[in-house]
Design a binder for this molecule. Structure first.
Ligand code: HEM
Length: 520
């Protein structure tokens, strides 16, 4: 009522006049920025709202169907550009990083405390400091310090698979939590039920949901951030609060438990990154407070990508017994019957390396990467790109381009091999799956080594097959991607069984040793 009263008052005309002036001034300012250039092509936009129907479920498929090398859309004033081809991604995100390395600070990201983490920090001095500190521990030269832990965890993984062959999915969860907690904090865990593993899982649920473009209306109508949680339809507030708590718990719990062993069967010692940071006082003092803990948390969150990728590898292997056979033949020639594979065997295991590449291509755990953001008005291929545009690479589209990968939905490691060697002419999924430019994943070498050693170790001693139903028939599973920014094989698909390989007496001895440890 007060509103109508106001409109009837003497102030109404000047007020409306002001609105009209503001509207025309912003229109002129926009025209001046455009300088006659067009925005990139995209779907039809409605007045004010823009693109209303932004796909929420597995959007990488819809954006790919739009067949755009670039798909531009605006939603409630927020500019978005989806890059859908390797050429556009490399040209924009790799070659022009000075303007395309910022992150989106949407209300959902800020409200879930994601903005406090390295992966979502704005492109500024604090990010550079954290990134440098992180890279110090994960560049290729630094990884030799963790190799023995990665190999030891892969062996424990085998013991667990031997003990419970139908539990591969939970053993994979254990493997990555165990490696990263050991390397980062010196923590040994007994199994995947350790409380700290639940803390990690809860904390990564937030990022998986919050950064899918279009997922939360509050990202387009920021005022909704102030709507109290008890108002019908504002359930997102409770959800954000839960993720915020989980993210903060993840910072504190592993830090408090650092250098603790919960098992008798502890992993080999390595200097945990947390100790290295604490002793490097001169460097640490230069960082803003809290960074020490924060940057380590990223290592833990990154493990989620790796375990989802490994789960996908086992799904692919269980669906493709011929691929397993080829890898096992290679392992038996290169590694032989007297020992288990090591990271030093890597160069000689061409087919196993091709399996790692094909897994990263076939199943993209981050199908839309993590969006970047432009910092200034820009021009790309003659189109105008306003400052603040969210740039999202469609990694899935690049990895499933039938012109580059024949029958892209098939799992075929051979596509990466020519004349017995990895073929440098085939587009390498490692150059896509881990993102781009200055924000490229700093954990990529660590993850790549972890995928390799676990796949090689399991294939050397086990066959992976589907679970059997009560009649003894194989339960048919198919490849499916879950929704969300971090996509994973849905749990009901992860139905694997493993059978120990027999036949070779020395491998049997290795297995017997593992079995002994499993029974202890
Ligand atoms: C298969 C496993 C992994 C995949 C597919 C993956 C993928 C990605 C992608 C797509 C990005 C975004 C890059 C961009 O903005 O363009 C990213 C960022 C990041 N990843 Fe990974 N990642 C994996 C494993 C890891 C691991 C093991 C760690 C930690 C040891 C890690 C730490 C990070 C961090 C800290 C960032 C943020 C970088 C920044 O914003 O500056 N990731 N990752």
């Amino acid at each position: 009522m007060a509103y109508f009263h106001f409109l009837r008052s003497d102030l109404a005309v000047p007020f409306l006049g002001c609105l009209i002036v503001i509207y025309f001034r912003s229109l002129l300012a926009w025209k001046a920025r455009l300088r006659g250039r067009r925005l990139p092509p995209g779907p039809t936009l409605l007045p004010v709202v823009g693109y209303f129907d932004v796909p929420k479920v597995r959007p990488w498929f819809t954006f790919n169907d739009m067949r755009g090398k670039y798909v531009y859309y605006r939603r409630f004033g927020q500019h978005n550009l989806i890059l859908g081809s390797p050429a556009t991604i490399i040209e924009y995100l790799e070659k022009r990083p000075a303007n395309t390395s910022d992150r989106v600070l949407s209300p959902s990201i800020v409200s879930s405390a994601l903005s406090e983490t390295l992966g979502f920090m704005p492109y500024a001095a604090e990010w550079k400091d954290c990134r440098r500190a992180f890279w110090q521990h994960f560049h290729p030269g630094a990884l030799s310090a963790y190799k023995h832990v990665q190999v030891a965890v892969a062996r424990r993984f085998l013991v667990k698979v031997l003990k419970t062959p139908t539990g591969i999915e939970k053993h994979v969860r254990f493997t990555f939590a165990a490696t990263i907690l050991k390397v980062a904090y010196g923590i040994d865990i007994e199994d995947e039920n350790a409380e700290i593993v639940h803390v990690i899982e809860k904390a990564i649920e937030g990022p998986s949901q919050t950064i899918v473009p279009g997922k939360f209306l509050v990202d387009y109508v920021p005022l909704l951030r102030y709507v109290p949680g008890w108002v019908p339809g504002a359930g997102f507030q409770a959800q954000f609060a839960e993720w915020r708590d989980a993210s903060r718990t993840l910072k504190d719990v592993p830090y408090a438990q650092r250098n603790t062993a919960f098992t008798d069967n502890v992993l080999p010692y390595c200097v945990p990154i947390v100790d290295a940071l604490l002793s490097a006082k001169s460097d640490v003092e230069e960082y803003p407070s809290g960074i020490r803990k924060d940057e380590l948390v990223k290592t833990v969150a990154g493990a989620a990508y790796t375990y989802s990728t490994l789960q996908a590898a086992f799904l692919a292997l269980s669906l493709n017994p011929d691929v397993q056979k080829k890898a096992q033949a290679e392992l038996s020639t290169v590694v032989g019957p007297n020992r288990l594979p090591d990271l030093d065997d890597r160069d000689a295991l061409v087919y196993v390396n091709a399996i790692v590449k094909e897994t990263l291509r076939w199943f993209n755990v981050a199908p839309l990467g993590i969006s970047h953001r432009t910092m200034e008005d820009d021009e790309f291929r003659g189109y105008f790109i306003p400052a603040g545009t969210i740039i999202t690479p469609n990694i899935w589209a690049c990895m499933h381009d039938p012109d580059e990968y024949k029958d892209p939905d098939e799992f075929r490691p051979e596509r990466f091999i020519r004349d017995g060697k990895l073929d440098p002419n085939v587009r390498d999924p490692l150059a896509f799956a881990f993102g781009f430019g200055r924000r490229i994943c700093p954990g990529r070498y660590f993850a790549d080594a972890a995928l390799f050693i676990n796949i090689a170790s399991v294939l050397h001693v086990f066959d992976i097959g589907p679970l059997l139903d009560e009649n003894g028939d194989p339960i048919r599973v198919k490849m499916e991607m879950s929704n969300g920014f971090l996509s994973c094989v849905p749990r009901r698909s992860a139905l694997h069984n493993s059978t120990a390989l027999g036949g070779s007496s020395s491998v049997d001895i290795e297995l017997a040793k593992l079995k002994l440890r499993a029974e202890r």
